[in-house]
Unconditional design. Structure first.
Length: 738
């Protein structure tokens, strides 16, 4: 391969600039022969064309050097993982052997490469994280946190190059995977800057219209927002200066992704979101004075502006598990607008932005208790090999974004639990045996049931009984993944014991009645009865919800009918067999939609979870009920792309829409004429049909859900605009789920 074809002129400049920056950044931790050894190996690799361009035209070596720069500058990784990152592709392609790497560098570099190879193998099987390989992927992560960090760096690199990915479905699949797994992981590891960028880029590729809409709105309101921020912080600056504090103060606009989440959660449009920014005060404090000066600044601000006590968060006294430290308070600023203020020091700010990178800089990796606790939780979640992969996915994701509370044991030890944790969660956190025997608890000296939800600062004592056993309904109120995992494990063990007892009982009854039990016939009977598993069948017998004698009689009846059917079946020659012609399935909407590569005429249904209409960005999903059509930004889309990528079908509308039902949420002043005016707007448009209006009135506000038949998204947008112009209407938004 010639140099000209390997690198373009711009790529060559970027590569050597990044390479020199990388060497400079790592100079303090590189060993004597590292650079020489790396150059020798890389010359060999390039000569053998290991780093060619992929199917999207992306240069593999340039991608690696970009990922390495992210790993070093944004995450703070050093020599060993960076060398492993640069060499794992040649090892994967068997151009370099692991022993060769071990000899040139050390065992630790080879170890990280071997763990990276495991994750690569999973992606080679299926680009989507489905239930089968998710468990194995997490296990690879749990073996070494550096693997997580390198994968996060690689995903960020690829997301930044997303426009270069030619296939739209591949880009969307990657974006949904990132939002489903890698952004939450970055959040849990304290990499907030990376997490925000991953989320924004995910939204950009999954729902480009919404991303551009919010981006445009932020640009349009920037001048007024900046003016308000200046109005708020000017008196704060004067007060902090007068107190002799050294500081930097600035306004920070919230991410596009978080604004979009607020719009969806609050069922409002952009204008209905008021907390678009936060004020951040960063103090230049000596380490021994950090807490006192943060609280001093807190006191000065709450003297100036009325605080909201329900929105106060103290992560300085007790930091988050990932090391995050900050004081958060929401105050009533000028013109009666609520403003969030974050107070922290330079050290705390660096930790908040870079997470582990700053921790390693200030404390060293061995002191990272919070990270160790997180990794131990992941390992505990994965240790039970009999667990349902879907439960593993659900519990793992549940823990990633969870807020924390802090409670005390009877001996005064402080424990961190997820917000919403119960007495039973607390018991399982102490020990699984304690959780299994828990019957109640004492919170602050008062007796409470096991489902009692704990609050910050509670002192908790567990009361047990040797007769207590885990119950199925416990899963409905515990919130920690450890509790759920241990309860499911205990229930499976109890079911296994009960099933073994019931199996012996059934076999004994068959033997007593001198009936020969055929295992295949019994399996057919169990399936016909509708049991999901053989264990469920035997548990029903053990719990006496199924009578053994009735089972035997029904078994004999089915066996008799099968025998009679076999005896009366007419024997036909293969020559007489005629294939029944299959009737072509018709599109549910008159061929207004094309599935996959110009594949039309396939029966499909519009998903009720997101109610797509003609003009929406859509995709097809092959379910057990046939093909379902979903919007690209359907709330269930990330899970479907991540777990079932192989079931996704490209889809697009064609021709013209014929008629689709949408529901609009309208909020306005409670005026008797508002309904009449809205109805008039709809009736004047001959292409729309009003189906229903449901109206509520609360505290002087009108709220109505209006169901209308429209032709397509253009008609829907036009209607939303017209209703928004009706006097008294404050907000209009399309509801996507029924």
């Amino acid at each position: 391969m010639s140099k000209e074809s390997f690198f373009t002129a711009d790529e060559k400049r970027e590569f050597f600039s990044a390479y020199h920056s990388l060497v400079t950044s790592l100079s303090s931790c590189l060993e004597k022969d590292d650079i020489a050894q790396m150059k020798a190996l890389m010359k060999k690799v390039i000569a053998l064309q290991c780093y060619g361009r992929d199917q999207n035209g992306i240069n593999g070596l340039l991608r690696n050097i970009r990922t390495a720069m992210i790993a070093v500058s944004d995450i703070g990784l050093k020599r060993t993982p960076v060398i492993a990152l640069l060499l794992y592709r040649p090892v994967y392609k068997k151009i370099i052997e692991l022993d060769e790497v071990r000899k040139a560098f050390d065992d630790d570099v080879a170890l990280i490469i071997s763990r990276l190879l495991k994750t690569s193998d999973l992606y080679a099987r299926n680009t989507a994280i489905n239930s089968e390989n998710f468990h194995h992927l997490l296990f690879s992560f749990a073996e070494d946190v550096r693997v997580i960090l390198l994968m996060i760096a690689d995903r960020l690199c690829m997301m930044r190059m997303g426009k270069q990915i030619k296939d739209d479905s591949s880009r969307i699949r990657m974006a949904t995977e990132v939002s489903y797994l890698y952004a939450p992981l970055a959040h849990r590891l304290g990499l907030y800057k990376i997490k925000s960028e991953l989320e924004d880029l995910s939204l950009k590729y999954i729902d480009p219209k919404q991303y551009e809409y919010i981006k445009k709105k932020l640009n349009e309101t920037k001048r007024s927002r900046d003016a308000y921020i200046e109005e708020f912080i000017q008196p704060v600056k004067e007060r902090l200066d007068a107190a002799g504090l050294k500081f930097d103060i600035k306004g920070r606009t919230k991410s596009i992704y978080s604004i979009n989440n607020k719009m969806k959660k609050q069922q409002t449009d952009f204008e209905g979101i008021y907390d678009l920014f936060a004020i951040r005060i960063i103090l230049d404090s000596e380490e021994q004075r950090e807490r006192s000066e943060c609280w001093q600044a807190f006191s000065l601000i709450t003297d100036m502006y009325q605080p909201n006590p329900n929105r106060m968060r103290d992560w300085i006294s007790v930091p988050k598990n990932n090391g995050y430290e900050s004081l958060h308070i929401t105050v009533l600023g000028p013109r009666n607008r609520w403003v969030e203020v974050q107070i922290r020091t330079q050290r705390m700010d660096e930790i908040a932005e870079k997470g582990l990178a700053a921790h390693w800089k200030y404390k060293g990796v061995k002191e990272e208790r919070g990270l160790d606790e997180f990794m131990n939780d992941v390992r505990a979640l994965l240790e039970n090999q009999g667990s349902n992969p879907m439960d593993t996915i659900r519990d793992f994701r549940m823990d990633l974004y969870k807020d924390e509370i802090y409670v005390f044991t009877p001996t005064g030890e402080l424990l961190k639990l997820g917000k919403g944790a119960t007495v039973l969660d607390f018991a399982f956190t102490i020990h699984s045996k304690l959780g299994c025997r828990c019957v109640s608890g004492k919170v602050n000296g008062r007796n409470v049931p096991i489902r009692h939800v704990l609050n910050n600062g509670d002192s908790v004592e567990i009361i047990t009984s040797p007769q207590q056993k885990p119950k199925q309904d416990w899963l409905t109120f515990v919130s920690t993944s450890k509790a759920k995992t241990k309860i499911r494990q205990a229930l499976r063990e109890e079911d296994a014991k009960a099933a073994e007892y019931a199996k012996e009982l059934l076999q004994r009854r068959f033997k007593n009645r001198k009936i020969e039990l055929e295992e295949a016939a019994l399996m057919r009977y169990i399936k016909k009865k509708g049991f999901k598993s053989v264990t469920d069948f035997y548990v029903e017998i053990a719990d006496e919800r199924l009578d053994v004698n009735s089972v035997i009689e029904e078994y004999l009846d089915i066996e008799r009918k099968e025998r009679e059917a076999a005896e009366h079946t007419e024997i036909r020659s293969a020559e007489q067999f005629t294939a029944t012609p299959q009737t072509a399935e018709k599109s549910s909407a008159g061929d207004e939609l094309v599935l996959d590569k110009n594949l039309s005429g396939i029966d499909y249904k519009l998903a009720k979870c997101c109610n797509p209409i003609f003009g929406d960005e859509i995709f097809g999903f092959v379910s057990t009920q046939g093909v379902k059509i979903h919007r690209r930004n359907c709330p269930n889309a990330p899970e479907m792309f991540s777990r079932f990528g192989y079931r996704i079908l490209p889809a697009r509308w064609k021709g013209e829409g014929s008629g689709y039902v949408i529901t609009l949420r309208v909020i306005g002043h409670d005026d008797i004429g508002i309904v009449t005016n809205i109805s008039s707007v709809i009736s004047k448009d001959g292409n729309m049909t009003l189906r229903s209006i449901n109206v509520d009135s609360v505290d002087g506000l009108f709220r109505g859900d209006i169901t209308v038949m429209v032709k397509d998204t253009l008609a829907a947008d036009r209607l939303i605009k017209k209703i928004g112009e009706v006097k008294g209407v404050k907000q209009v938004a399309r509801l996507y789920s029924k």
